[in-house]
Every structure is written in structure tokens, then in C-alpha cells.
Design a protein around this ligand. Structure first.
Ligand code: S3P
Length: 174
């Protein structure tokens, strides 16, 4: 059995949408950490933030992350997951991490088209404020994302090329 493959990257980087495609191609299950949390808590992420606060969410997120240890699956993490506690170290020790890199402008273009109210950290920003937030937050988080074993600009890299990289990496660590 191969180790789990964790997708890491900023909000809006395509971890869920693209992760599903990758899982289908590799014929392994797809797991979305946020969806697991939502299903088990019976409330949305913004509702959870509002009720219990971000600190409690980060603890819960860590608990759900560590449940994925023995799963041969593609696991989409939340944008903040690798950046709290020793989560990124845990991820790279227990699986293969793929960083889905985007420039701040690309994230901005993607996120400004999405419903920002679904993401508590983005709630209430104007377009300009959103870009500044992305630039600053990405700079803060990049040192965590950069610890991933593989990094690529998903929008410019064909899926087949990424699969070849994954398989090459797995064959050397099996
Ligand atoms: C967060 C990202 C979200 C979700 C929560 C916090 C973050 O996941 O976990 O809103 O801190 O970046 P996505 O990256 O799937 O949007």
C-alpha cells in the first residue's frame, strides 16, 4: 500500500476540484478534510468558527488530519492545515505532500470569483483588501507549503506529468 498523498496550498488553489480528478486517474479514494469535519460536526466551517473560534477549529483539524495516517487516498487539506502545530512535519512523515502553487494574482482571480463567505478568513473583504490579504498570508504560509516533497504550478502542468512525478517519488520510497 502506498502512503497517503496530501494536497497542500492556499485557499482557492484547486485542492478539492483538482484533487478529485487526480484521485479518479489514480483510482484511489478522495478525502476532503474540511468535508470530513463538516460532516462530523453537523455544521459549516463558518458556523464552527463563529460558535467555537479559530483555535478550536485548528485543534479539530489536527485531529482529523491524524486520522488519515493509514489511508491510501488523495487527501485535500485546508489552506491553514500545514501551518499549525507540527502538522506539516507530520504530513511529510506520514505521506507524500504535493504543493499546488499559484501566484497571489492567480489566487486572487480564482477566489474573487468564489463565494468568500464560505471561507471565514476572507469574509467581508473588498477586492483590493482581498489581494493584499492573499499576498501577506501567502508569504507567511509559504515556508510551510514549501516543505512539501513535490511542488508544481497545477494550472500549467499536465495531470499526466504530475502522475509520473508521483509514481517516480513513490517508487523510490517504497
Ligand atoms: C482555511 C482554509 C479553508 C478551511 C478554513 C480555513 C485557511 O479550506 O479549512 O476556512 O486557514 O486557509 P480551503 O483551503 O479548502 O478553502
Amino acid at each position: 500500500m502506498d502512503k497517503p498523498i496530501f494536497l497542500v496550498g492556499f485557499m482557492g488553489s484547486g485542492k478539492t476540484t483538482w484533487g478529485k480528478k487526480l484521485a479518479a486517474k489514480l483510482d484511489i479514494p478522495f478525502v476532503d478534510l474540511d468535508h470530513e469535519i463538516v460532516a462530523s460536526m453537523g455544521m459549516s466551517i463558518p458556523e464552527y468558527f463563529e460558535k467555537f473560534g479559530e483555535e478550536k477549529f485548528r485543534l479539530l483539524e489536527r485531529e482529523f488530519l491524524q486520522k488519515q495516517e493509514q489511508r491510501e487516498a488523495i487527501i485535500s487539506t485546508g489552506g491553514g492545515t500545514p501551518c499549525y502545530y507540527d502538522n506539516m512535519e507530520w504530513i511529510t512523515q506520514h505521506g507524500l505532500a504535493l504543493y499546488l502553487y499559484h501566484t497571489p494574482k492567480s489566487l486572487w482571480a480564482r477566489l474573487s470569483k468564489s463565494d468568500v463567505n464560505k471561507r471565514p478568513l476572507l469574509k467581508g473583504f473588498s477586492e483590493d483588501e482581498l489581494l493584499t490579504f492573499i499576498e501577506n498570508k501567502l508569504e507567511e504560509r509559504a515556508p510551510f507549503y514549501e516543505q512539501a516533497q513535490l511542488k508544481f504550478e497545477q494550472i500549467h502542468t499536465p495531470l499526466e506529468e504530475i502522475i509520473a512525478l508521483i509514481q517516480q517519488y513513490q517508487s523510490t520510497t517504497r
